[in-house]
Design a protein around this ligand. Structure first.
Ligand SMILES: C[S@@+](CC[C@H](N)C(=O)[O-])C[C@H]1O[C@@H](n2cnc3c(N)ncnc32)[C@H](O)[C@@H]1O
Length: 282
């Protein structure tokens, strides 16, 4: 595998994914009972934006860079920007937190995190990043196999984030479909969020069609396009499929998505979409 998330950390797709992740965790932690956060593709947890990888692509400038420098942060995005600021205490944007670190920020002392990462160097960095956090359990193993082995969590409440690298998109869509099917059999009440890239709309249709047929009764889809989704040659947008979303999560996204579009996607053809594949309708 060649994928290194350090090239992409903090780009528009990360901002979208992490703003939604925080909204999901905030909704779930509104109830007192402890929960388990399961990250199947955790990455290294923390990314230095002055590292050679981040500097080489500069992708973060059109992502977190746009919000960091904004004169005023739109209300729906304040929670997300505050979390990024908490990782950059000296007022300069140096570090971009990955999903495990943001989850650690949002979770409570009684919650637990299961974090899976296959690449040794990334797993070592992730352990170092969260070494003082007793809630974090880092596994250097295949996240799909871990999901199969470790679900349901003892807490019987929680969120699974599935965020694969999509080096071979058809394979990753198929892996997510299979993982969600197996996970539903073991833990039908879990909340599952799967991130995916959008190049052309056509490539995403079979994935949506598959999840529209089950096994989850409620499946919500949120998408952000920074360009029209008509070219397979570039990343035009991304989406998050949420199975068993928390109550009124669609209403929360109805405020969050337009704010993300306005902040991250000023080009003509930019758009956001929110719709139910199964269950409740907006
Ligand atoms: C998109 S990045 C994850 C980013 C992270 N979730 C975040 O938001 O900060 C995907 C990560 O999955 C890892 N990976 C790839 N295949 C994996 C697998 N089968 N199981 C666990 N990790 C995997 C890669 O090494 C990479 O670090």
């Amino acid at each position: 595998m060649n994928y290194r998330h350090a090239f992409h950390a903090g780009n528009f797709a990360d901002v979208f994914k992490h703003a939604l992740l925080l909204a999901l965790l905030d909704a779930l932690t509104a109830k007192a009972k402890p929960l388990c956060y399961f990250d199947t593709h955790a990455g290294r947890g923390c990314y230095a934006l002055d590292d050679v990888e981040a500097q080489k692509t500069g992708e973060w400038r059109d992502g977190i860079g746009r919000l960091w420098d904004a004169a005023e942060i739109p209300a729906p995005l304040r929670r997300y920007v505050e979390a990024i600021r908490a990782c950059n205490p000296h007022a300069t944007l140096r570090t971009y937190p990955g999903s495990p670190l943001l989850a650690a920020h949002a979770l409570r002392a009684t919650d637990r995190m299961v974090l899976c990462e296959t690449q040794e160097a990334e797993a070592i960095a992730l352990r170092a990043c969260l070494r003082d956090d007793a809630r974090a359990h880092v596994h250097q193993r295949d996240g799909y196999a871990a999901l199969h082995a470790l679900l349901p969590p003892v807490e019987r409440r929680g969120l699974v984030l599935i965020d694969p690298p999509f080096e071979v998109p058809d394979n990753d869509f198929a892996s997510i479909e299979a993982a969600l099917g197996q996970a539903h059999a073991r833990w039908p009440a879990g909340v599952y969020a799967a991130w995916y890239p959008i190049k052309s709309h056509r490539a995403v249709v079979p994935f949506h069609r598959h999840l529209a047929q089950g096994p989850f009764d409620k499946v919500l889809v949120a998408e952000l396009l920074v360009h029209p989704d008509d070219s397979p040659l570039r990343l035009n947008g991304c989406g998050m499929l949420v199975a068993n979303p928390p109550w009124r999560f669609d209403a929360a996204l109805a405020g969050l998505l337009p704010a993300l579009r306005d902040a991250l996607a000023p080009a003509p053809g930019a758009a956001q979409r929110l719709h139910w594949l199964r269950g409740e309708r907006t």
